[in-house]
Ligand binder design. Structure first.
Ligand code: NAP
Length: 248
């Protein structure tokens, strides 16, 4: 944890140490937030981000928490509220892939992806929504994927988890809108991060060819959309799914 003197609105980000979550953490810090983020195992990436957040004048809390574990997520959210104050913004970026054709997919590969990507979103939102309801304020941004909207061969587990996030986010938006909480999703296309780095160059080229802008996106470009949806500039937007896919 790094401490800075004045307290600012708090953003809580799952999977904040790398990729899209990391870019969102930096963007929200630039927008004036303190940042509490969780990661699964990469301590070095978490340490690096804490240093970058401190350089931006933001307080940060890095928690090694598996989002698939409800108790750990509850503990992380409680510690954040105790140390930093109320969570104003929650972003659920933690996610994994275990791509395989369905016939070759193991039960483990199915469940790891659903447990992390979908249960993980449920655990984070369940933990932040009660205090947000009490304060009648809050913004949640979930991270889905074009795979969840269009389907993608080799990603039945991942696409199902990401479609679930869309339905979850729209439903939660309807439940909590009258209590001052907004819930929106972004649906990124191919974004240049460690997650997509494992893909074949030919696959990446094919996707870029099918993309109107003719290239993969940057994590910072998704982070800008997340920060917009989290901000008061999106005060009348809830239950939306914003594609950030370059026109795929
Ligand atoms: P990434 O670079 O692989 O980063 C994933 C982040 O999630 C890391 O901080 C990782 O922490 C964390 N994480 C993974 N499993 C976790 C768990 N069980 N508990 C807590 N944290 C966990 O991935 P990314 O590309 O930024 O993806 C972020 C989100 O965007 C994901 O939900 C992904 O599905 C979605 N998305 C990505 C793309 C793309 O092309 N990249 C496209 C569409 C949607 P550790 O480093 O400690 O493991």
């Amino acid at each position: 944890m790094n401490a800075a003197p004045a307290s600012r609105p708090v953003a809580l980000i799952s999977g904040g140490s790398r990729g899209i979550g990391r870019a969102a953490a930096l963007r929200l810090a630039q927008d004036g937030h303190d940042v509490s983020f969780c990661y699964r195992g990469d301590e070095q990436a978490a340490d690096n981000l804490e240093k970058e957040l401190a350089a931006l004048g933001a307080r940060s809390l890095a928690a090694r928490v598996d989002v698939a574990d409800a108790d750990s997520v509850r503990g992380w959210v409680s510690r954040t509220e105790k140390d930093f104050g109320p969570v104003a913004v929650a972003v659920t970026s933690a996610g994994i892939t275990r791509d395989k054709p369905l016939l070759m997919m193991s039960d483990t590969e199915w469940h790891e992806v659903i447990d992390t990507n979908l249960d993980g979103v449920y655990h984070v939102c369940r933990a932040v929504v009660f205090p947000m309801l009490k304060r009648r304020a809050g913004a949640i941004v979930t991270v889905s994927s074009v795979s969840g909207l269009q389907g993608n061969a080799g990603q039945t587990n991942y696409a199902a988890s990401k479609a679930g996030i869309v339905a979850f986010s729209r439903s939660l938006a309807k439940e909590v809108g009258r209590r001052g909480i907004r819930v929106n999703a972004v649906a990124p296309g191919l974004i240049d991060t460690d997650m997509s780095a494992v893909l074949d160059d030919t696959v990446k080229d094919q996707v870029s060819e099918r993309t109107a802008l003719g290239r993969a996106g940057l994590a910072t470009e998704v982070a800008d959309a997340i920060a917009f949806l989290a901000s008061d500039r999106a005060a009348y937007i809830t239950g939306a799914v914003l594609p950030v896919d370059g026109g795929l």
